[in-house]
Ligand binder design. Structure first.
Ligand code: GDP
Ligand code: GDP
Length: 440
């Protein structure tokens, strides 16, 4: 399912940040520190009713620009938000009334012809709610009185946002296809790699418009298997993105990671592993997706003095959440490694979605405990009664135990290793849950 991007814009101090905090879920990422902006935060798991979305707390529009340069920067920021987001929440402050900066920004917003809702914030009391009417002059529709601080009016506001977005039901993503996200820093070679994988003799079956306007997925046939590359609009478009667009491509990449089964994380051989790569690794870890790491631009390896074994070790040390993550060395430029990458994606997907027989799972766990008995703490002992694979994608093992809280992290790791040794799950995260049951 495509996650729509909702951007919050408005002057400094109107309460954007407060509103963002109200809407945001647990997982918040800082996606850029463009000069002249206070912050650019995105929340990955915002939810409203049955909807999930990405909410972005974007730059403020200055009322008194200190200098032209900064004002231009901010305008550019708002422009980008308008182009890239699926809906806009335009925040004003009822105490201040309509300011010139509000008018300027409203003019920009109207031109963008995007769904927009006007949030008249700090309407903390009924008498202040009466002050919202002057905001009609902005020409952005009905002002919605809210108090971000007191958490009032936000339900109606969000209702209005979602009424303006296309319905989520028409999601054309192939159900019987493997959903793949290509993630990585700008310039790592994602576009080149995407083109190398799908280009020439292997034509794209069809670009499928996603539920949100700017999302374009590419459905692709690889030797009889259907693969949907998610949100490829940015990858299919040639030419270099302007600064700032990168921020939104980072946001969209996060959305794609949420929707996919397999992430292809593209690293640049000329500069790896950077903090930004590790950030992306963090999202993948959070989302528990299967992963293939690509080290691209390997045609430059000699020049850079890189050797495969060392590069692989450096990667594995940094991405510990998937032990033994498959690493493919490519040169999108020369077409190297592309023939390994596609089968690796299929293989990793197979591991991610496989279900192991109940009896075998049991045997692995009981054998492991036989070889290396569960230690207790003092007179208290944990005991495992049962282990089943409760689900796939990601593979999840559910343990029923007495005193599960006494099962030490290192022992859990040992059990995970035994499961991996027996069953593989290459490139896949593995989840283990423990539920308590007394006296069996
Ligand atoms: P931003 O610069 O637009 O992100 O604004 P902030 O979210 O940082 O808020 C600016 C100030 O307004 C802070 O002191 C907030 O506590 C305050 N504020 C935010 N929302 C409300 C509200 O609904 N009512 C009142 N009275 N104050 C608010
Ligand atoms: P994206 O921003 O991740 O989509 O990166 P692009 O695919 O646009 O590539 C960024 C730059 O790296 C371009 O100038 C490419 O020509 C170059 N590039 C991509 N793949 C390779 C490669 O395998 N080897 C070399 N030497 N350059 C590459």
């Amino acid at each position: 399912m495509a996650l729509p991007v909702v951007a919050i814009i408005g002057r400094p101090n109107v309460g954007k940040s407060t509103l963002f905090n109200r809407l945001a879920g647990r997982r918040i990422a800082i996606v850029s520190d463009i000069p002249g902006t206070t912050r650019d935060r995105v929340s990955i798991d915002a939810e409203w009713g049955r909807y999930r979305y990405l909410v972005v707390d974007t730059a403020g529009v200055e009322d008194q620009p200190h200098n032209e340069l900064m004002w231009d920067d901010i305008k550019a920021q708002v422009e980008i938000a308008l182009n890239q987001a699926d809906a806009i929440i335009f925040v004003v402050d009822v105490n201040d009334g309509v300011t010139n900066a509000d008018r300027d920004a409203a003019n920009m917003v109207r031109r963008a012809e995007k769904p927009v809702v006007l949030a008249a914030n700090k309407a903390d009391t009924l008498s202040r709610e009466d002050m919202i009417y002057e905001f009609f002059e902005l020409g952005l529709g009905d002002p919605h009185p809210i108090s971000a601080y007191h958490d009032t009016g936000i339900g109606d506001l969000m209702q209005n946002v979602f009424e303006q977005l296309p319905p989520f039901e028409d999601q054309p993503i192939g159900q019987n296809s493997i959903r793949v996200a290509i993630a990585g820093r700008p310039n790592a070679g994602k576009s080149a790699l995407f083109n190398a994988m799908t280009g020439e003799e292997r034509a794209i079956v069809s670009p499928v418009a996603g539920t949100t306007r700017d999302t374009v997925d590419s459905l692709f046939d690889y030797e009889g298997t259907r693969i949907t590359f998610l949100d490829t609009a940015g990858l299919r478009r040639r030419g270099k993105a302007e600064a700032g667009i990168e921020k939104y491509s980072a946001i969209r990449a996060i959305g794609a990671i949420e929707r996919c089964y397999v992430v292809v994380l593209v690293l640049d051989a000329t500069e790896f592993v950077t903090a930004q790569d590790q950030h992306i690794g963090g999202y993948i870890d959070d989302a528990s997706r299967a992963t293939v790491v690509v080290i691209n631009k390997w045609d430059l390896a000699n020049e850079l003095g890189l050797v495969k074994a060392e590069a692989a070790e450096a990667v594995r040390n940094r991405f510990k959440f998937i032990p033994d993550v498959p690493i493919v060395f490519t040169s999108a430029l020369k077409g190297w490694g592309v023939d390994t990458l596609l089968p690796t994606i299929l293989e990793v997907f197979g591991e991610f979605s496989k279900q192991m027989p109940r009896a075998e799972v049991s045997r692995v766990i009981f054998d492991a405990m036989g070889e290396n008995p569960l230690p207790g703490i003092g007179t208290r002992r944990p005991r495992i009664y049962r282990c089943i694979q409760s689900r796939t994608s990601p593979p999840t093992f559910q343990f029923t135990a007495r005193n599960p809280e006494l099962i030490h992290f290192s022992y859990r790791r040992y059990l995970e290793n035994q499961l991996r040794e027996r069953f593989g799950f290459k490139g896949s995260p593995l989840r283990m849950t423990f539920q308590s049951r007394e006296d069996e």
